[in-house]
Design a protein around this ligand. Structure first.
Ligand code: ZN
Length: 427
């Protein structure tokens, strides 16, 4: 029998492609060589004798994919949550990110971030670093050691930033980026990959945007940034790029949505019809960040519309715009925000169900990484084993209902018992 074959026994819950939750009580999730073979009520004869990891009574669900999180902002989570985006950036974010020029500060901060991410529901993440090369490599070293799968970006910013946190010019920023990419290639990480990271249009000169677009296409790299998060930011972009007809065009124009590598844009709270057409044309992933959208008074993304349009939608915590690193909390916030949008903004877009938000957090964002986010055959075995016995109730709930409760109540007594990434146990 293949040593890399095992089955996790428990109450298994996962999303199918139609956004509904499937479940198997006392089922078997069979994993071979890191890949899901299927979920079975009875173990098929061909798997007789494989190692059984017995978690009878516990919930077994796919890992969560956080496709927008800022590692250097982890330290000041929960602070300045009464400010708006641009004010918050100047008061908290930029001063804090400048501290990462000091490797010993970065070491302490990234130790905490990596360790907390490992213990969170997240199995894969798309992460912003800072503009500094060595500290970003240090972050990558630490994330690599956790066994979580991540994309990490050295941030580019050469204008409209405070003197203490601004690259000298486009040429310096691009040269640093190439140096970083070459270093990362030499390190040969198994779990950690680079992603180009123009902070957002306001802080990147045209020359820098163009250089990053070229680099993306030449090297087939993925790219992440921010898009249409906040109304003042959108006005600012129109002022900086008067030739553009929408914010999304400022990335498209410089070739940043082209090439082999995928692109993920955080927020998209105010995307116009034209911007939506651009995002669809280039198969851009939208990282919706409901908690951050609330805390920084940014807005509410029309996620129902993006789903109807067949777009790629994943979920992000956007720490520290979002205070919580918990993707369970993000699922609950996503549902709540969609309800407010339906009630206050547009009654044509019906709110999201918890099952749909769970789908977005698992399968939706998982697609950025490949075949990730569900327990259908052929998907990477990213698994969370959850103990929900601390969430006491008199109700007789089925496994899907227990997962629904867990999303909302995890912090009141839920516990992650084990965690696997592509079949490897990391916790
Ligand atoms: Zn962000």
């Amino acid at each position: 029998m293949n040593e890399n074959a095992f089955a996790i026994k428990g109450d298994i819950v996962w999303s199918r492609h139609n956004h509904t939750l499937s479940w198997a009580k006392d089922g078997y999730l069979v994993v071979v060589d890191g890949v899901v073979q299927g979920v079975y009520q009875e173990l098929p004869a061909e798997y007789e004798g494989i190692r059984i990891v017995d978690h009878t009574g516990k919930l077994v669900i796919p890992g969560m994919n956080d496709i927008h999180v800022h590692a250097p902002q982890y330290s000041f989570r929960g602070m300045g949550m009464d400010l708006e985006l641009l004010e918050w950036l100047n008061t908290h974010t930029f001063p804090e990110e400048s501290k990462y020029a000091d490797l010993s500060y970065a070491e302490r901060a990234y130790d905490i971030f990596s360790d907390d991410l490992l213990h969170s529901p997240t199995t894969r993440a798309v992460v912003f670093g800072t503009m500094h090369v060595e500290p970003t490599e240090l972050l990558m070293d630490k994330l690599e050691a956790t066994g979580l799968k991540t994309y990490v970006g050295k941030v580019n910013m050469d204008r409209n930033s405070p003197d203490y946190l601004c690259e000298k010019d486009a040429a310096t920023s691009l040269a640093d980026t190439v140096r970083w990419l070459n270093d990362v290639e030499a390190k040969g990480y198994a779990n950690t990959k680079p992603i180009l990271t123009p902070r957002f249009t306001p802080t990147c000169s045209d020359e820098l945007m163009e250089g990053l677009g070229k680099l993306k296409q030449e090297r087939g790299l993925p790219l992440q940034s921010h898009l249409s998060e906040n109304l003042s930011e959108i006005d600012w972009v129109h002022g900086l790029a008067p030739w553009s007809t929408c914010y999304g065009q400022t990335y498209e124009h410089f070739g940043q949505l082209d090439g082999e590598g995928k692109t993920v844009m955080a927020h998209c709270n105010y995307s116009t019809d034209e911007e939506i057409a651009i995002l669809k044309k280039h198969n851009v992933f939208i990282a919706t960040c409901p908690q951050s959208n609330m805390q920084l008074s940014s807005g509410i993304a029309p996620i129902r519309r993006y789903l109807v349009e067949g777009m790629n939608v994943g979920l992000g915590t956007d720490v520290a715009g979002g205070a919580s690193l918990s993707m369970f909390r993000a699922v609950a916030d996503l549902v709540g925000c969609s309800k407010l949008r339906w009630r206050l903004v547009d009654q044509n877009l019906k709110p999201l169900s918890t099952a749909e938000a769970f789908y977005i957090a698992t399968v939706g964002g998982g697609a950025f990484f490949g075949k990730v986010g569900t327990f259908e055959q052929g998907y990477d075995a990213d698994v969370l084993v959850l103990d929900d016995s601390g969430l006491r109730t008199t109700l007789e709930c089925n496994p899907a209902e227990r997962v629904e409760r867990y999303m909302y109540l995890a912090e009141e007594g839920g516990r992650i018992v084990e965690k696997y990434v592509a079949g490897t146990r990391v916790l």
